[in-house]
Write a protein that binds this ligand. Structure first.
Ligand code: NDP
Length: 246
């Protein structure tokens, strides 16, 4: 059966690999993101439908509905990323007093919006279109076990999903989180991590390698497959057995 698949943030990295996976299998795939260029490139290469949308914005989501089919069989809430990579303390170290607090609040909210609100708002917007026999998969992170505002947002995704799974269960729709460890071939891993840190993270895995976007795409495909119909409300960790990588 051909399925209608929506992958948020599908123009790059993990989302892109996931979109390619489902497109190759013959599904009808819709990808979104804030920038048009990577989406259009993927649309040309893989025959997916590209739609610009900022998933933190209710008005943008309402507009998105106009470009989507009435039935969505798989929603992958992948849009996100650490918006505060350069500061472990989630605040501007130069600021003090009210300015420091305001800076902390901005940084904290940005990660909650980018990683938790995007998924919740998108699922809400599409609720009536989610089809029986379908699946919702959120992309969490190993960071949910490591702290920080990014980790807190990803951990919140797991908790929010528990209620969602109960709500969607009677409609025969599953809802799960896939929590990647460190993934190669993404801007973050390739360009933003110091070499030493990259090696440390790889050494902490049992497999001796970072994951690939295809590892995550394959796991999403499993959760959307008939074999996974009784799996819901869960977190599936895809991190090569990583431990102690704070
Ligand atoms: P990318 O930056 O390549 O992918 C994130 C995508 O999300 C981009 O295409 C971006 O496009 C889109 N996006 C971000 N915010 C929004 C928004 N508000 N509305 C619409 N689209 C948005 O990184 P990854 O592929 O690595 O990340 C994918 C997911 O995997 C994220 O949720 C990330 O937190 C998670 N993850 C990644 C890990 C890694 O090691 N790479 C590890 C664990 C989890 P645009 O900027 O054009 O909007």
């Amino acid at each position: 059966m051909t399925r209608n698949v929506l992958i948020t943030g599908g123009g790059t990295g993990i989302g892109r690999a996931t979109a390619q996976h489902f497109a190759e299998r013959g599904d009808t795939v819709f990808v979104t993101g804030r920038r048009r260029e990577p989406l259009d490139r993927l649309a040309k290469e893989a025959g997916v439908h590209a739609l610009v949308c900022d998933h933190t914005e209710p008005a943008a989501l309402t507009a998105l509905l106009g470009g989507l089919p009435d039935r969505i069989d798989l929603l992958v809430n992948n849009a996100g990323g650490n918006t505060d990579l350069d500061s472990d303390l989630d605040s501007d170290p130069e600021a003090d007093g009210e300015r420091a607090l305001a800076s902390f609040a901005r940084a904290f909210r940005a990660n909650l919006d980018a990683n938790l609100l995007t998924a919740a708002l998108t699922t809400r917007a599409l609720d009536e279109r989610l089809a029986a026999g379908g699946a919702v998969v959120h992309i969490g992170s190993i960071a949910a076990e490591q702290g920080g505002s990014y980790g807190a947002a990803k951990a919140g995704l797991t908790t929010w999903n528990l209620g969602l799974a109960r709500e969607l269960g009677p409609r025969d729709i599953t809802a799960n989180v896939v929590a990647p460890g460190y993934i190669t071939d993404t801007d973050f891993f390739r360009d933003r991590l110091p070499d030493e840190r990259r090696e440390q993270l790889i050494a902490a895995t049992a497999t001796g390698r970072a994951g690939s976007p295809a590892d995550i795409a394959g796991t999403v495909a499993f959760l959307a497959s008939p074999a996974a119909r009784h799996i819901t409300g869960q977190v599936l960790h895809v991190n090569g057995g990583a431990r102690g990588t704070r």
